[in-house]
Design a protein around this ligand. Sequence first.
Ligand code: 8YV
Length: 315
Amino acid sequence: MSKPHILQVGPYPEWDEAPLNDAFTVHRYFDASDKESFLSSVGPEIRAIATRGELGAGRAMIEACPALELVSVYGVGFDAVDLAACRERGIRVTNTPDVLTNDVADLGVAMMLCLSRGMIGAESWVKDGSWAKKGLYPLKRRVWGRPAGVLGLGRIGYEVAKRLQGFDMDIAYSDVEAKPYASDWTFVADPVGLAERSDFLFVTLAASAATRHIVGSEVTSALGSEGMLINISRASNIDEDALLDALESGSLGCAALDVFEGEPALNPRFLALDNVLLQPHHASGTVETRKAMGQLVRDNLAAHFGGKPLLTPVL
Ligand code: 8YV
């Protein structure tokens, strides 16, 4: 039996490539120099798209594949997949929730600690000889016991809040409604109100049109000149120009960011700031989690082509 043809939008770790190529005839979009003519030549054969969270699949790609049945996303976020285009044609969509939750939460909390305690600068202090020449490293701010807010108490937000509990923090969260499983934490419906009572604000919202720029100048001002914003979700949840203005003026204390508009080509204004911790969108980037994500991408593809229920359907 001939193998189903799939379009691979971006590279995966090497351990995913062999099993993917064994099971499918894989067309590597990211290797094509002329993407448009590549799509018009292989598009008619494509029955599934295997993509990554941040790469997704836009309408033009979906429309270039008239026989498309499934988009399988390596990532929990599916905001870069044109769901309307998929719905119109009954195309199924899957993602990789759960398997990455704990690692993403870990990185968020690690960024908070790293930035608050000045660990990057402290390492330079050791390596460049400042410790010996200038003496003690400047004092930084404590984390434990301070008020923290979690904007979006889904799977990842919940795991962040659980970890913050270990630091005896005073935890509050915003979501569309109070969550029955969060009775230990304070519910604050309004993100500005949440920011007002928080020294650290984690953005853990699934991105959508409804959450676009939910963090803007009102939220950053409410967080204030001593506050820290931590984003491990999507850049679109934050008005990046407003964030940069706030960081440059000092109306927001600092920010720890794993995601950026137009990444990996981030706004150069970020690079000139010393009150940021910048990370290359790697919150799910552990060997263990990435192996589980790759397996789930393939399991969803196999379930679909085997006529079985999808494991983690979005649509
Ligand atoms: C990326 C992510 O998919 O889960 C998500 O939504 O953005 C990430 O896990 C990852 O960077 C791999 O490309």
